[in-house]
Design a protein around this ligand. Structure first.
Ligand code: PRT
Ligand code: ZN
Length: 296
């Protein structure tokens, strides 16, 4: 394959999503060397190259067809989406299980926020004017949106805004700035976005392979393999308690008519509460194991 035929994946160069994005691609079997300019990583064992860019540029790189896939926060994807003649409309292929956060309105302690109507005529500082603008329009609220590229949380203290709308994960930045989260505007997470619809030929095949490997890795992360012994009479209840498992395997136990072994892949994490619930209906010898690879 020559360079034009290689699949290009845009990844954040340096930021919160970088480490998880690169680790995800490595888990999919991609090994790469970092180019001297540090902007492109050439895949060594697949025709896949990584473009290391600012996350804000990923939506337009996809729309312009410069890259085929991109890993980016849904918040950035919505805020920076570009549309127009000759541009591709990227589609979400998978939610990747990292980069979770929310875009929230937050106000100083003495601002008594009850609902969106309290924002009428107020100044709201944000780096997400588009997402916020759409939300305000939906609520029928007319407010003054002040666009800032960073340090949004100090805008109220500087007298530049009455409230802010910014990303929150733990909430400690808001607390440190004496701001109280008022309302969630959108929930966000890292997503895999794809540009052009797949063509045919080797390139399309590799694209499909890479996407299905990424989907497999994401699915497997939350999945667990669970083994237990159960009273035969409680099988229905045990099936109901196993999170996200389709058809558990039921195996007879040598010399026991009343008990069986149950093996199941649970496609959701198995928490202590689930194990306690299983024990309460008579399960014993419960083992929960990680799943390494899964191909549906
Ligand atoms: O240089 P480049 O433009 O590529 O990076 P960037 O500075 O624009 O983005 P970066 O690396 O900060 O974040 C990349 C993506 O990570 C975001 O677009 C989100 O999708 C996701 N993400 C997840 C977050 C957070 N959590 C997050 N907490 N992005 C930013 N924050 C910031 C937030 O803006 C606030 O300043 O962290 C602070 C709040 O965090 P808590 O934990 O105190 O609530
Ligand atoms: Zn950015």
């Amino acid at each position: 394959m020559d360079t034009q035929d290689r699949i290009k994946v845009a990844v954040q160069k340096s930021g919160r999503l970088t480490e998880n994005s690169l680790a995800l691609l490595r888990t999919c079997g991609l090994s790469y060397s970092r180019g001297t300019d540090q902007l492109i990583c050439f895949g060594e064992n697949m025709p896949v190259d990584l473009l290391l860019v600012r996350d804000d540029d990923i939506p337009s790189l996809l729309a312009e067809g410069v890259c085929d896939l991109g890993i980016v926060g849904l918040n950035v994807m919505l805020e920076k989406a570009v549309d127009g003649p000759g541009l591709v409309r990227p589609r979400e292929v998978a939610s990747l299980g990292f980069g979770q956060c929310r875009l929230s309105l937050a106000a100083p302690r003495d601002f008594e926020y009850r609902n969106a109507a309290d924002l009428c005529g107020r100044r709201i500082a944000t780096s997400y004017p588009r997402v916020l603008g759409a939300w305000l329009a939906e609520k029928g609220v007319s407010a003054d949106v002040v666009t800032l590229s960073g340090a949004v949380e100090i805008a109220p203290r500087l007298g530049r805004a009455d409230v802010i709308c910014d990303l929150v994960s733990t909430g400690s930045t808001l607390a440190a700035n004496d701001l109280v989260e008022a309302e969630v505007v959108m929930e966000s997470r890292a997503v895999l976005m794809a540009g052009d619809p797949p063509e045919t030929g080797a390139r399309a095949d590799w694209m499909d392979r890479l996407i299905s490997r990424i989907e497999g890795v994401v699915r497997v992360r939350e999945s667990k393999y669970i083994m237990l012994h159960a009273p035969r009479s409680q099988l229905d209840e045990i099936r109901r308690l196993l999170p996200g498992s389709e058809a558990p395997t039921v195996i007879p136990l040598e010399g026991r008519d009343d008990k069986v072994a149950v093996h199941a892949v649970c496609r959701e994490n198995v928490f202590w509460e689930t194990l306690e619930g299983l024990k309460a209906v008579g399960a014993s010898s419960v083992l929960v194991l990680p799943v390494e690879k899964m191909l549906a």
